[in-house]
Design a binder for this molecule. Structure first.
Ligand code: ADP
Ligand code: MG
Length: 735
């Protein structure tokens, strides 16, 4: 079944690889282990690299001490045991230029894999043994197997594609290339769903050529244009889905026009405001500090969204300490101004409680009109709802939310449970988004809609604690509008960060803690992360506290905070630290996000290499929140180059956005995207760093196509169905 214009990707998704000539049951199974079941899967397993067979590295040219990739044929293989009892496989490979010995330790199966006649790529440093050049435990890619059948005489490719992981499945790159070539040949011309205008604008090669050239290039120079086209297609599909989701949301949504006027932001602390002004206005006029320009700009964007008839769906990014909280507060107040309620959701109880305390502090003295009370006005009613809130209080809060006597609720996941009903939820702020899934975001939103008397969608502001690179945000949060706080409040000094691993450096670190405490400041000590065990982590924190209190920090009052402590105990400790009754807080990562004690000026992070870069930056952000110079010490030796790079990045930069880019480089996009990708993941070739330009272009094109009505592009719609399930397709494409 094929269109006159060519075959659709979706059809290829329906054809099993079992239909290929050389693929029998065994190979079907082998391909399955690579996640390949259909011809589409096969064609989107892209080569990892290419070998230009006309430009081989001559074996006689290898330099000892240098990395090399050699492509050669196995001429001899043998194995024996070393004196230490290890299995050692010795392989001799040769090309026209000469031969070289390759040895493998503890890899007995190499003897079966690398039989004479096999052609493979070997990568490693070239070493020397008894005057002979040699490779030890190189990375191996088998390109051509030993049996004659595989050496399909019709394939005389000059450039050979090397496929990832095929060796593990017992398939050679040559075989993979054969399957792909057969698939492409039998598929014939592929339908190109891209509108001509778009193809022309970017001078893209067509789809058929792009698939041929990425898999079977006749010249290496053909690969890059093919890749560019295929990457664009991946981005375009993703951005189309995001744009459609957004479009549907807007169509089905009943938004609320909140009375949030941008002019309400034009007040400074101390300005006269009348008692009848909006809460936002009265709040800003009575606040401790005036907004930074960035805060003002972002609140302007939020005011615009909130006063419009469409529900706000906005992501707020800002580096640690950029002042996201006040933006959240104003957003909630704008909802109250319209006679509705607000909800603030935090990822942990410690953080929810801190938010509650700071909300109550910052909103103290603000009153709102309420005809149900005798005086006609009453103070704002702000309450906590976490799993720790006891039954009686909980009932009271639930009652208050249902009858509108509670204005703002601050909570954790507990806000998502079924018995939480709102009288009229107008705005939701989710803090530290990376801890919440997309589904939870939707649940809270639905809750607002279903249970409110208006049946309207509350406005939503999502705040991330950790900046994520722009490209990643476009992919992961592509259905949200974005605001960025790109400025820190005035007078902040960059935190001085240093690594401390020698005894001398470590001693200097503890001395700094003592000095700062002597100056009236406070310090955090973060205990090592213990993967998977909060209990062991807590135990080690208890021990570390005792050790420090009796040793390096003797004479100071040293407190303890860890995840195994009971709620009230934690509150108590935080309270004492805030008040300065404790000089030093030894803690596990429970303090990672959001904790705000401006007097804290030193943070010591033990075994710093165990933490991820984003997490380290977050932890460091617990200091440097006031005007005084702050310090961060990263203790412990880095066990790997990667860990050292992470720590050095932190030492050299205070900029969360820059660090996020480094992190993306170090970890790749997989970890970032993981949570969001369902079903068939479609970013196989694209690289967010390298292909940013194409991503931006795809987003623009997707927006324009959806605005113009996608139903006039049936070929595009058809292939989007490859990447979503039927329910979602029904939702997105219903007419
Ligand atoms: P984060 O973005 O990390 O959540 P916070 O909202 O906790 O940052 O703010 C960090 C610190 O900066 C807090 O102590 C807060 O009171 C202070 N702050 C926020 N905005 C301003 C401002 N415009 N001027 C001065 N200080 C500010
Ligand atoms: Mg915060």
């Amino acid at each position: 079944m094929s269109d006159a214009a060519g075959r659709r990707l979706r059809e290829l998704g329906d054809v099993s690889v079992a239909q290929l000539r050389h693929v029998g049951d065994k190979r079907v199974e082998a391909l399955r282990t690579l996640g390949i079941e259909s011809v589409f899967d096969l064609l989107t397993l892209y080569p990892r690299r290419y070998i230009d067979r006309t430009k081989r590295v001559d074996l006689s040219d290898l330099t000892v001490g240098e990395e090399a990739a050699i492509f050669a044929e196995v001429t001899k293989v043998s194995s024996r045991r070393t004196k230490q009892g290890k299995v050692m496989v010795e392989v001799t490979v040769a090309d026209e230029g000469g031969s070289i010995k390759i040895v493998f330790f503890n890899q007995p199966w190499r003897e079966r894999q690398l039989v004479p006649g096999v052609q493979a790529l070997f990568f490693s440093k070239v070493g020397e043994y008894r005057g002979q050049r040699q490779m030890t435990n190189p990375v191996v890619d088998v390109i051509v197997g030993a049996t004659g059948a595989e050496r399909d005489a019709s394939r005389v490719a000059r450039v050979v594609a090397v496929y990832p992981a095929s060796g593990k499945a017992g398939l050679t790159s040559w075989e993979m290339g054969g399957f792909v070539e057969e698939s492409l040949a039998r598929a014939g011309p592929l339908l190109d769903p891209l509108p001509d205008a778009v193809r022309d604008e970017f001078s893209f090669v067509d789809r058929t050529k792009s698939f041929w050239d990425i898999h079977v290039p006749s010249d290496l120079a053909d690969v890059a244009p093919a890749r560019r086209r295929l990457v664009f297609d991946e981005f375009l599909r993703l951005q189309l889905l995001l744009a459609l989701r957004r479009r549907r949301l807007e169509e089905s949504a009943t938004g609320i026009r909140h009375p949030f006027d941008v002019n309400d932001l034009d007040v400074r602390p101390g300005d006269e405001v009348s008692a009848s002004s909006t809460l936002v206005r009265r709040f800003l006029a009575g606040h401790r500090f005036s907004l930074t320009n960035a805060q003002r700009r972002v609140l302007g964007e939020i005011a615009h969204d909130m006063s419009s008839p469409l529900p706000m769906h906005r992501l707020l990014q800002g580096d640690v300490g950029s002042g996201k909280t006040i933006v959240a507060l104003a957003t909630l107040l704008a909802s109250l101004d319209g006679g509705r309620q607000g909800a603030l959701m935090a990822p942990t109880e410690v953080l929810a409680e801190q938010h509650l305390a700071s909300l109550r502090r910052d909103l103290e003295g603000l009153t709102m009109r309420d005809d149900r009370v005798l005086a006609g006005v009453r103070p704002l009613s702000i309450h906590l709802l976490t799993s720790r809130v006891r039954a009686k209080d909980r009932e009271m809060v639930l009652g208050g939310l249902a009858d509108a006597s509670v204005d703002i609720v601050v909570g954790t996941h507990a806000l998502l449970t079924d018995d939480v009903r709102f009288a009229a939820l107008g705005a939701i702020v989710i803090d530290e988004q990376h801890r919440f899934g997309v589904e939870q975001r939707a649940t809270l939103r639905d809750k607002g809609k279903e249970h409110s008397r208006e049946r309207a969608d509350p406005d939503l502001l999502v705040m991330t604690a950790t900046p994520i690179p722009r490209t990643a945000a476009m992919v992961v949060f592509g259905d949200l509008d974005r605001s960025v706080l790109d400025e820190l409040p005035e007078g902040r000094q960059p935190i001085l960060t240093s690594r401390a691993s020698t005894p001398l450096e470590v001693a200097a670190c503890w001395q700094m803690v003592r000095d700062e405490v002597a100056r009236g400041r406070r310090a955090y000590v973060i205990c090592p992360l213990v993967e998977g065990s909060e209990r062991i982590e807590a135990t080690s924190a208890v021990e570390e506290r005792t050790r420090l209190a009796l040793g390096e920090l003797r004479g100071l009052s040293v407190g303890l905070l860890h995840g195994q402590m009971k709620g009230p105990e934690k509150d108590d400790v935080m309270q004492q630290f805030r008040a300065g009754d404790l000089n030093v807080l030894v803690a596990t990562v429970v303090i990672e996000v959001g904790v705000d004690v401006p007097e804290a000026s030193v943070i010591v992070i033990e075994d710093a290499w165990r933490f991820g870069l984003a997490q380290l930056h977050q932890l460091r952000g617990r200091v440097g929140r006031g005007a005084t110079q702050s310090y961060c010490y990263l203790l412990g030796e880095a066990p790997s180059d990667e860990a050292a790079t992470r720590l050095d990045a932190l030492v050299s930069s205070n900029d969360g956005f820059a660090l996020a880019e480094v992190d993306l480089d170090l970890r790749g996009e997989g970890t970032l995207l993981g949570a969001r990708q369902r079903g068939r993941s479609d970013l196989r070739l694209a690289n967010l760093r390298r292909d940013e330009e194409l991503l931006v272009a795809a987003q623009r094109v997707a927006g324009a196509l959806v605005d113009a009505d996608l139903s006039s592009e049936p070929a595009l719609v058809d292939e989007l169905r490859l990447f979503i399930d039927d329910d979602e397709a029904d939702y997105l494409f219903k007419s």
